[in-house]
Design a protein around this ligand. Structure first.
Ligand code: SF4
Ligand code: SF4
Length: 82
C-alpha cells in the first residue's frame, strides 16, 4: 500500500470540455487523465487522480475555463495499491 498526499483538488466542468487535452501534459504531477466516456458535446474529458498539488496549471491552460482549484489546509492522504 502506498500513501499519496493531495494538497489540493479541482472541479472539472466536464460538460463544456472540448477535449483538447492541453491540461494533461500541463499538470506537473501528472494526475489528470482523459476519460473513456464522452460528454454531451462528444468529447472525452479529464478526470483527477489522487496527488493534486493545487498548483493551478490546469486552470491557467484550459481555453474553456473548465477548472476550479482548491487548496487544502491539511493535505488529504489516500491509500492506493502499489
Ligand atoms: S491544480 Fe495542478 S496538480 Fe492539480 S490537477 Fe491542476 S495542474 Fe494538476
Ligand atoms: S484543457 Fe480544458 S478543454 Fe482542454 S481537455 Fe482539458 S478541460 Fe477539456
Amino acid at each position: 500500500m502506498t500513501i499519496i498526499r493531495s494538497h489540493g483538488t479541482v472541479t472539472i466542468a466536464s460538460e463544456r470540455c472540448k477535449g483538447c487535452e492541453l491540461c494533461i501534459p500541463a499538470c506537473p504531477p501528472g494526475v489528470l487523465h482523459m476519460s473513456s466516456a464522452r460528454n454531451g458535446l462528444g468529447f472525452r474529458y479529464p478526470l483527477l487522480s489522487p496527488g493534486c498539488t493545487g498548483c493551478r496549471a490546469c486552470l491557467l491552460v484550459c481555453p474553456d475555463f473548465c477548472f476550479e482549484v482548491y487548496r487544502y489546509e491539511t493535505p488529504l492522504e489516500h491509500e492506493v495499491s502499489a
